[in-house]
Design a protein around this ligand. Structure first.
Ligand SMILES: NC(=O)c1ccc[n+]([C@@H]2O[C@H](COP(=O)([O-])OP(=O)(O)OC[C@H]3O[C@@H](n4cnc5c(N)ncnc54)[C@H](O)[C@@H]3O)[C@@H](O)[C@H]2O)c1
Length: 381
């Protein structure tokens, strides 16, 4: 796919995810609400509509979607989900399935997910499993959800044994990303989403990475052209990767750059408020860069480029940046890596940077080298 510069691009910034009969479009513009409602009226006339929304976005978006659709449909119902990761639970999943059944939802009904990654993952898994699958569309309302979780069809809920352990690959019928809705996001959530954006530049597109070095501050300040271009470029990269490897048997694993380390840190913090997912990814990418340097792929200046950039945006880059960080050891961190669901019988696969803008999977990394990287990480806190 040709990476056109932002000035050559046309609005709305659509991206197509090519998956044969499961292909769909991602729409990116200031406010997609009217476009989303027109899509529903056009494709689901005469059907019943079930909106599953984060309660934090009811007044920002969900109420408007329901009000706009009500005149044209016999049944438009809204389920408001309490904000937060705790809602990605078996209990909430069961409650909403029960609600759908009581409301008379059928195989040809449509589910509309409105919220961040929590709602997208939860509502997506509900759509995948209710009556063995009903259509759903995504209206992502966080930066992280617009650039990552709403695209590609991974859906999941958490169980006591671990995060995202139950789920399905299930693609939405369309994704509608409004840049204006991000304006109410707390700065911390914007930064958390930014970590995933920078990840795409590092793993796939050096030109995009350089553009981010120059434009990240504008993006985080909600300048529309910067937000639109960044969301579009991330969706293009994810679409390109997912089109080649929908179920993560190879290439798609590159999207986990920094995530093996991030999951360890999130587990150590108990997935609580000390560390948002994107913050863990920010630190994880710095560790992946350190490991890549140790392996001789990139030099120390490249590794520093990554951490300096993230630091310049006040993102966490080291163990010491985690407030009230838990005590840990190299042994504990390595043990947690082996427990990660992405570890296989062959061991842990790391995503390393062969250069800035190109990642690759490596599974035969010596434990001594890993220990060196982790020792330095813990000692420098
Ligand atoms: N499926 C995937 O491919 C994938 C990829 C990455 C992450 N995830 C999942 O995504 C989840 C994290 O997503 P997230 O970071 O969007 O978290 P989130 O859904 O919890 O949203 C973050 C916070 O922002 C609030 N919020 C949402 N939209 C808002 C808005 N427009 N204005 C103000 N507040 C708003 C929410 O209420 C919440 O408090 C995790 O569960 C993670 O596992 C999934």
């Amino acid at each position: 796919m040709i990476n056109q510069q932002p000035s050559q691009r046309q609005t709305p910034y659509n991206v197509r995810v090519e998956l044969g009969p499961r292909s769909y479009d991602i729409y990116i513009e200031d406010d997609c609400t009217a476009r989303a409602c027109a899509f529903v009226r056009n494709d689901y006339a005469g059907k019943s509509i079930f909106v599953i929304a984060d309660q934090a976005v009811n007044s920002l978006c969900a109420d408007a979607v329901v009000a706009a659709l009500k005149p044209d449909f016999d049944k438009v119902e809204l389920y408001s989900v309490p904000s937060g990761e705790a809602s990605k639970s078996v209990d909430m999943y069961g409650d909403i399935l029960q609600w759908l059944a009581c409301q008379g939802a059928r195989r040809d009904s449509l589910i509309i997910a409105i919220g961040g990654g929590v709602i997208g993952d939860l509502a997506g898994f509900i759509a995948a499993s209710y009556m063995r699958g009903v259509d759903f569309i995504q209206i992502p309302t966080t930066l992280l959800a617009q650039v990552d979780s709403s695209v590609g069809g991974k859906t999941a809920i958490n169980i006591a044994a671990g995060k995202n352990l139950v789920g399905a690959f299930y693609q939405p019928k369309a994704v509608f990303c409004s840049s204006s809705i991000l304006k109410s996001l707390p700065t911390r959530e914007m930064r958390s989403g930014y970590a995933e954006i920078y990840k795409y530049g590092l793993l796939w597109d050096a030109d995009f990475m350089v553009w981010l070095h120059d434009n990240a501050a504008r993006l985080l300040a909600h300048e529309a052209d910067a937000v639109h271009y960044a969301v579009q470029r991330c969706c293009e990269i994810k679409a390109e990767i997912v089109a080649q490897d929908e179920r993560e048997s190879g290439l798609r694993a590159l999207l986990n750059l920094g995530h093996t380390f991030a999951h360890v840190l999130e587990t150590l913090c108990g997935y609580d408020d000390r560390l948002r997912h994107g913050e863990a990814v920010s630190i994880g990418m710095c560790l992946a860069a350190d490991l890549s340097e140790k392996l001789g792929f990139i030099d120390s200046e490249d590794a520093l480029t990554v951490s300096r950039h993230l630091k310049s945006l006040s993102m966490p880059t080291s163990y010491g940046d985690i407030a009230n960080r838990p005590k840990t050891s190299v042994d504990e961190m390595i043990a947690l890596m082996y427990r990660d669901k992405k570890a296989s019988a062959q061991g842990i696969t790391f995503i390393v940077l062969e250069r800035l803008g190109k990642a690759a999977c490596h599974s035969n990394i010596s434990e001594n080298m890993l220990r060196d990287v982790l020792e330095r990480f813990i000692e420098n806190a």
